[in-house]
Design a protein around this ligand. Structure first.
Ligand SMILES: Cc1cc2nc3c(=O)[nH]c(=O)nc-3n(C[C@H](O)[C@H](O)[C@H](O)COP(=O)(O)OP(=O)(O)OC[C@H]3O[C@@H](n4cnc5c(N)ncnc54)[C@H](O)[C@@H]3O)c2cc1C
Length: 447
């Protein structure tokens, strides 16, 4: 992790990993496997899962530099969503309507498949598919959301939404049934337990790098004809992606009387239709977990762990939660954490496999990787097995990754966009009119 400035923070501060103790056992692995996977998050674990589905005899090792779920997979907002980082209209223009339809069809199936598997191997992940709601709290948001109605997103009036969730200044919103909620860390743990039972070796605390004959794992050579890089934002980014921080907070456990005044009975996920990304869920133990962007992009795409704890972003998330639900005024927020997501220049994920070298890699999910990592891994397994199907023909498969601008251009542009998105939201909340700032920045974002 040469480009990462490490700090002495405990691994993964997230609510989901609270109280989890690592086994502390020394990792044991042999010196040759059919497949070596670098990274013990969803991409690495699902890759092993799908490879075994296609060929149960494969010997597979997963190397995780820290501990399982240490990355975004153990820290995220738990939205198993059909959201894709590029708007559907842009996708249709870029790749055609059929291609966009195929993508969403694959995402919808992936959600249901994750649900089915989670029900069997990770019941504690509490997968519930209750949809997602994006609400409008000012006129500009209302206009933007109304314009986004399509076959999956239905407009609901303030009255209809008020039956589901009691947000202040509610003006209506969009409901999409294609989303589920999970405890992501429990899904990681359940998946890892299942893979171990099926003979996959998962070596935690082992830093691995790809070499031409396999991987160097803590400096010893492990031979493998197939190597998969599933290290997402922790990979060396070059100019292929930028890491951007997403941060979260979670409240203390809230009593039923408070939830009666908030709603969200069946645990659908929810967010406000602002420009700056935000996302929330009611956890199984009845906390409010809420996250969002706003931390600055680190110069040179260097990962800096301290950014995960950007105080101003955590505070603004707490203010946002209390604006939505004034009943939370004296409630304590007991957990604060964050992590990096990897964003490519055209905001699309990548799945690549080179038959000649046996090297595959996947990632670039922006903030929408819980479902996409499942789908990308399934595609990669098919590419490795030499199979072809509808999903292995999706538009981003084996596509070339467009490069980000060089520094300091990248630093100036990305941080200006982050800042301007926040300014646009404040402008809309103040005036109720669609922000002029956002009109200027939208074409630059390439979404
Ligand atoms: C705060 C936050 C909230 C989010 N919320 C959502 C959400 O609600 N819904 C959604 O769809 N997406 C969300 N995302 C994004 C989603 O979590 C990620 O896209 C997804 O988890 C990526 O999984 P991954 O396995 O590819 O990467 P990671 O989970 O980051 O796993 C990569 C792993 O590789 C390991 N590693 C790195 N280098 C090496 C090496 N050299 N050797 C060995 N191991 C190595 C790391 O330690 C890490 O554990 C969120 C992300 C964050 C940070």
């Amino acid at each position: 992790m040469a480009h990462i400035e490490m700090q002495d923070l405990p691994p993964n501060n997230s609510l989901w990993a609270d109280g989890y103790k690592q086994s502390g056992k020394q990792a044991e692995f042999s010196n040759s496997y059919d497949v070596a996977i670098i990274g013990g998050g969803f991409s690495g674990l699902w890759s092993a899962y799908h490879l075994l589905e296609l060929d149960p005899k494969l010997s597979i090792v997963i190397f995780e530099a820290k501990s399982l779920g240490y990355g975004a997979s153990g820290r995220n907002g738990g939205w198993v969503s059909s959201d894709y980082p590029v708007y559907r209209k842009t996708l249709e223009k870029r790749h055609g309507i059929d291609s966009a339809n195929n993508l969403f069809k694959a995402l919808f199936s992936a959600i249901d498949e994750i649900g089915q598997i989670a029900g069997q191997i990770a019941p504690k992940a509490s997968f519930v598919k209750s949809g997602t709601l994006m609400f409008a709290r000012n006129k500009a948001q209302e206009k933007r959301l109304e314009e986004s109605v399509d076959s999956e997103h239905t407009w609901k009036s303030a009255g209809e939404i008020g039956e589901l969730i009691k947000v202040s200044k509610l003006r209506g919103g969009l409901f999409n049934p294609q989303c589920a909620t999970v405890d992501p860390f429990q899904l990681v743990l359940g998946l890892a337990r299942y893979l171990r039972r099926r003979g996959v070796v998962i070596a935690e605390g082992v830093f691995a790098t790809h070499t031409d004959r396999g991987v160097l794992a803590n400096s010893s050579l492990v031979k493998a004809p197939i190597v998969i890089r599933a290290s997402e934002a922790f990979s060396d980014p070059g100019r292929e992606f930028i890491p951007l921080y997403s941060l979260m907070i979670a409240s203390e456990v809230l009593p039923e009387e408070i939830w009666d005044q908030i709603g969200v009975k069946n645990r659908f996920t929810f967010a406000e239709g602002t420009h700056l990304v935000n996302y929330a869920q009611r956890t199984t133990d009845n906390r409010l977990a809420i996250g969002g962007r706003g931390a600055s992009y680190p110069f040179g795409s260097k990962l800096i762990e301290a950014k995960e704890m950007t105080n101003s972003v955590h505070q603004s998330l707490e203010r946002m939660a209390k604006r939505w639900f004034p009943v939370l005024e004296s409630v304590k927020f007991t957990h604060a954490w964050g992590g990096a997501v990897a964003i490519t220049r055209n905001w699309e994920p990548y799945v690549q496999f080179d038959k000649a070298t046996g090297y595959g890699r996947l990632g670039g999910y922006a903030g929408d990787g819980v479902t996409m990592s499942y789908l990308a891994s399934k595609i990669l397994a098919e590419l490795i097995a030499g199979r072809e199907s509808e999903i292995s023909n999706l538009h981003f498969v084996n596509d070339k990754i467009r490069k980000w601008e060089i520094e300091p251009l990248r630093y100036l542009a990305v941080n200006s966009l982050v800042k301007l998105s926040g300014i646009a939201d404040k402008e809309e909340a103040r005036t109720g009119r669609p922000s002029l700032v956002s009109k200027l920045i939208s074409p630059l974002i390439l979404r």
